[in-house]
Design a protein around this ligand. Structure first.
Ligand SMILES: [Zn+2]
Length: 138
C-alpha cells in the first residue's frame, strides 16, 4: 500500500469511524488478497481494511501482554466495563457499548476513535465479544 492510501485511510478512519464498516465492505475485494492472515489476526477483524487491522493488532498485543482479568470490572453486563490502566496505577477507563458507537474514556480512543487496548482486553478475557460491539462500528 502506498503512503497516499495510508494517509487517506487515516483521515477516513480518524474522522468518520462509523464509516469503517461500510468502507470495509467496499474494500474487501480489492485488499483481501494483499494481507498475510497466517496466524494472529482474529477472524472478527479479518474482513476490515489493512489499516484497521494493523491498528487493531497493535492494541490487541498490548491487551494480551499488559492486562489481566482482575483489571476489568463489569458495571453492566456486556455493555459497560471499568478497565484499569495498564500504565498508570490507580487510573481506570470506562468502556461503554451502550450507544450507537462504542466509546472508551482513554486518551487513545478520545483522539483516534479506533478500538483501544481496553476494548481488546475485554474481548480477550471474554468479558465481551466482538459481537457486543455496536454493529454500526463493526
Ligand atoms: Zn480505551
Amino acid at each position: 500500500m502506498n503512503s497516499m492510501t495510508t494517509t487517506l485511510d487515516r483521515l477516513i478512519f480518524g474522522i468518520f469511524p462509523a464509516m469503517v464498516g461500510r468502507y470495509a465492505d467496499e474494500q474487501l475485494e480489492s485488499h483481501s488478497g494483499s494481507i498475510d492472515y497466517t496466524s494472529e489476526v482474529p477472524s472478527y477483524i479479518r474482513n476490515t481494511p489493512p489499516y484497521f487491522i494493523r491498528e487493531c493488532m497493535v492494541r490487541l498485543k498490548s491487551a494480551v501482554l499488559d492486562f489481566s482479568p482482575e483489571m476489568i470490572s463489569v458495571i453492566e453486563d456486556r455493555k459497560l466495563l471499568k478497565v484499569e490502566s495498564s500504565v498508570s496505577e490507580g487510573h481506570h477507563y470506562y468502556l461503554d457499548l451502550t450507544g450507537e458507537l462504542p466509546k472508551c474514556t482513554c486518551p487513545f480512543w478520545l483522539t483516534r476513535e479506533l478500538p483501544c487496548k481496553h476494548l481488546f482486553a475485554s474481548i480477550h478475557f471474554e468479558f465481551i465479544s466482538w459481537n457486543d460491539v455496536p454493529v454500526q462500528f463493526r
